[in-house]
Design a protein around this ligand. Sequence first.
Ligand code: PGA
Length: 254
Amino acid sequence: MLKKLFFNWKMNPTSPNEASSLFAEFVSLAQSQPQISLVVLPPYVYLSELNQQLQTFGVTNLKLGAQDLARHSAGAYTGQISGQMLKNMGCQYVLIGHSETREAYQLSHEQINQKLLQSLESGLVPILCVGHQSDKTITEINYPELSEQVTTALQNLPPEFKTEFYLAYEPVWAIGTGKTATNSIIEEVSQFLKQELAKLGLAKQVGILYGGSVDDVSIQELVKLQQVDGFLIGGASLKPEKFKTIAQVVANQV
Ligand code: PGA
């Protein structure tokens, strides 16, 4: 199956016009590569307008997602955005526990778990990000930490939980640094994550993603990964020439 591509715009771009022009590039990419599934994760404030843009063009292989959601469904939580609000804005996906979000809000495992449960309750497909926060180099893999991140986030799931969801492996040292993990490390970690998911009875519906400096150059090697179902792309998602090359390389890998 072709690898799915998730584009995290982070806190970019600065204006609605720029957001709309950038999104138009994704629409044209989706139209020219109908076999590839694309998900764009813009800042909250652009969701409504981009959803309208999406409806106008009627492309079915491009979807919207959000970069975070509140731990609660409604109420006195100033500054927070609920899963249901996101759903009503046309979102189908939501990132949970991105390392930048974990760091900015000092999120506990319990809080990540609450966000995950909220995403399911609202009918959003979660993309749970995990990565070894404590490791500083390419060769160290902190398996106990990865295991803890996965098992604590996936506690108390509803028994009927059968929906698709994604687990994104993002080593913190690889995010925005231009350094990617080697394919052998990514395969090894993906295998480990699948075993952890199997212990929780969740192996079947989970897609494994890799994120961390995926760009038009690193994709040439990363696309060969067998255990990985897609990529989470940050910086390169703001550069049309880069994300179009990424999509082309993925499309060629049939
Ligand atoms: P990057 O970001 O592609 O810029 O490394 C990835 C991410 O933060 O999800």
